[in-house]
Design a binder for this molecule. Structure first.
Ligand code: 13P
Length: 250
């Protein structure tokens, strides 16, 4: 089973539109139409239009969405709104949203279902805290997050989605998970998808590692059998470092 690698930068709450345009143009200048991997960025809502307008080969993803189509939900952005401007991927369940905005597995499942209805691919984030890791609870946490966040999705949908394993202790800390931990956890994610669905679905779903990925360690992760790409925060903010990552993946 060959899965196309997928590398996505997550800008989080960074960049004004002019910075976004500069980044898109800077990276696009180095991409061709036949890359062996998918490359993309997830941008704040205010930058999405500008990113789409300047995207030739890069995927443009949103960082969040609401599962409802419309209504009295002040400050929220719906999937039809993302669809209207040409968004094709959307992060759901990032640990920062789970921690600061109480995003639950149930909410992730509803968002994923709604995204698929608009043909937008969810990038579902899961991962354990440092305390859970130290207590040996990683496998239980990952299984529970997967079970809850995939609830109601069909095998076909899950086979098309992206799941990002992001240990919370590795996010923004510079303390990246070593190759063995990242591979073992991504293998566990795949095994869990097989248990919840079937072997074919597990073989197709693309699994990313995220947490202090840099130009200097990306190759280690890409060499792992169950890691199909990366979700990258800090190192995706500058054109140069993102291009170094792209070159390393090539
Ligand atoms: P860093 O790459 O900055 O650790 O962030 C990872 C992340 O949260 C990507 O979603």
């Amino acid at each position: 089973m060959s899965r196309k690698p997928i590398i996505v930068g997550n800008w989080k709450m960074n960049k004004l539109q002019k910075d976004a345009v500069e980044f898109m143009q800077g990276v696009e200048a180095h991409l061709t139409g036949d890359e062996a991997a998918d490359f993309g960025i997830a941008a704040p809502f205010t930058c999405l239009n500008a990113c789409v307008a300047n995207a030739k080969h890069l995927i443009v993803a949103a960082e969040n969405c609401n599962a409802k189509d419309s209504g009295a939900y002040t400050g929220e952005v719906s999937v039809p709104m993302l669809e209207e401007i040409g968004i094709t991927y959307c992060i759901i369940g990032h640990s920062e949203r789970r921690t600061y905005y109480a995003e639950t597995n149930e909410a992730c499942a509803a968002k994923a279902k709604r995204l698929f209805a608009s043909n937008i691919v969810p990038i579902l984030c899961i991962g354990e805290t440092e305390a859970q890791y130290d207590a040996g609870e990683t496998a239980a946490v990952l299984k529970e997050e997967l079970k809850g966040s995939l609830e109601g999705l069909s095998a076909d949908e899950v086979s098309r989605m992206v799941i990002a394993y992001e240990p919370i202790w590795a996010i923004g800390t510079g303390k990246s998970a070593d190759q063995t931990i990242a591979q073992d956890c991504c293998a566990l994610v795949r095994k869990t998808v097989e248990e919840l669905y079937d072997a074919d679905t597990a073989a197709k779903v693309r699994i990313q590692y995220g947490g202090s990925v840099k130009p200097t360690n990306i190759k280690e992760y890409m060499a792992c059998a169950d890691i199909d790409g990366a979700l990258i925060g800090g190192a995706s903010l500058k054109v140069d470092s993102f291009l170094e990552i792209i070159d390393a993946v090539r």
